[in-house]
Design a protein around this ligand. Structure first.
Ligand SMILES: Cc1cc2nc3c(=O)[nH]c(=O)nc-3n(C[C@H](O)[C@H](O)[C@H](O)COP(=O)(O)O)c2cc1C
Length: 267
C-alpha cells in the first residue's frame, strides 16, 4: 500500500511527526510505504492565470514543471495525506500554489474515492479555518475524506515554549484519535471500498456539476464519466434527505443560471 504525504511545511517538524504517528500505526496493520513530499523543495511555479486548464483542458497548461510528476503520484497512491501548518491563519503558500495549479481538479475530479486524511498543526489559532479549507479541497477533488486531524503543537509537543503548555492528557487523547483515524485510513486504502457519501459530499458533487453548464471541457469530461445524470460519482445508497438536497441544489443552480442568462439577454 502506497501513501503519499503532501507536506505543506518547509520543515520536517510538527506536521511531519504527526504523520509518522499515522505511519507507525498503519505499519502495525500491514505493509505500507510512505512517501513524504516536501512541496517547498519542488520546482512548482505559481499559476499564470491563463485559465486554459479550466476552459479547454489541463493538457494546455503552459507550465511544465514538477507538478506533472506530483499529479501522477497522487493518481498512483492508495491514500493521500494533506498536511499543512497554520501560517497566518491559513495553509502555507507552497501548498496553496499546488492547489491553485490543480484547480481543474475541482472541475474534473480524478481522485474519486481516494482515501484521504488531512493533518493541520498550529501554535494555537487558525486550526478550524485551515482544516476546513483542506477538507473542501479533498472533497472537491472527489477524495474519500477519512478524517481531519487538528493538532495544537504547543500542547502536543514537549518543551515548546518557555513556560510550556504541554499537556499529557491532550497528548493521550490526541494520540488515540490519530490512531483511530490511521486504522480507518488503512482499512479504506486496503479495501478500496467506496463510502456512502455524506451530505457535504453530495453538496460538493452538485456544486461541481454546475460547472458543466458553463464549461465545454467540464461538460465533456462529466459526460464521458457518465456523471451528468447521476446523483453521485458512483452507485450508492443516498437516503431521501441527501437525494432531496442534491436535487434541490441542482434545481437552484439551474434557476440562478437561467436568471443570469435572461438578464444578460434582456428578456
Ligand atoms: C510564518 C509562520 C506563520 C504562522 N502563523 C501562525 C498562525 O497564524 N497561527 C498560529 O497559531 N500559529 C502560527 N504559526 C505556528 C505554526 O503553525 C506551528 O508552529 C506549527 O505547529 C508548525 O508546524 P510544522 O512544524 O509542521 O511547520 C506560524 C508559523 C510560521 C513559521
Amino acid at each position: 500500500m502506497k501513501i503519499v504525504v503532501l507536506l505543506g511545511s518547509p520543515r520536517k517538524k510538527d506536521g511531519y511527526q504527526v504523520c509518522t504517528i499515522i505511519e507507525e500505526k498503519m505499519k502495525t496493520r500491514g505493509t505500507v510505504s510512505f512517501e513524504y513530499i516536501n512541496i517547498s523543495k519542488l520546482n512548482i511555479e505559481a499559476c499564470r492565470g491563463c485559465e486554459l486548464c479550466l476552459t479547454k483542458g489541463d493538457a494546455l497548461c503552459p507550465i511544465k514543471d514538477d507538478l506533472i510528476t506530483l499529479r501522477m503520484k497522487l493518481q498512483d497512491a492508495d491514500g493521500i495525506i494533506f498536511n499543512s501548518p497554520v501560517y497566518a491563519c491559513h495553509i502555507t503558500g507552497s501548498l496553496k500554489k499546488v492547489i491553485d495549479r490543480l484547480s481543474y481538479l475541482f472541475h474534473r475530479p480524478e481522485l474519486v474515492g481516494k482515501p484521504t486524511l488531512t493533518v493541520v498543526t498550529t501554535a494555537g489559532g487558525g486550526l478550524k479555518e485551515t482544516s476546513k479549507y483542506l477538507k473542501m479541497t479533498a472533497v472537491g477533488w472527489g477524495c474519500n475524506l477519512i478524517g481531519e486531524i487538528k493538532v495544537i503543537s504547543t500542547f502536543f509537543f514537549e518543551n515548546r515554549w518557555v513556560k510550556g503548555y504541554f499537556s499529557s492528557k491532550y497528548v493521550g487523547k490526541m494520540t488515540k484519535y490519530i490512531h483511530q483515524k490511521a486504522d480507518a485510513f488503512f482499512d479504506a486504502a486496503q479495501t478500496k471500498k467506496l463510502p456512502i457519501p455524506t451530505l457535504y459530499d453530495v453538496y460538493m458533487f452538485n456544486a461541481l456539476k454546475s460547472k458543466t453548464y458553463i464549461s465545454e471541457a467540464d461538460y465533456d469530461y462529466w459526460k464521458n464519466k457518465g456523471w451528468l445524470d447521476t446523483k453521485y460519482y458512483y452507485k450508492t445508497s443516498l437516503g431521501p434527505v441527501k437525494q432531496l438536497a442534491g436535487g434541490l441544489m441542482n434545481w437552484m443552480i439551474k434557476m440562478a443560471l437561467s436568471k443570469i442568462e435572461k438578464k444578460e439577454l434582456g428578456i
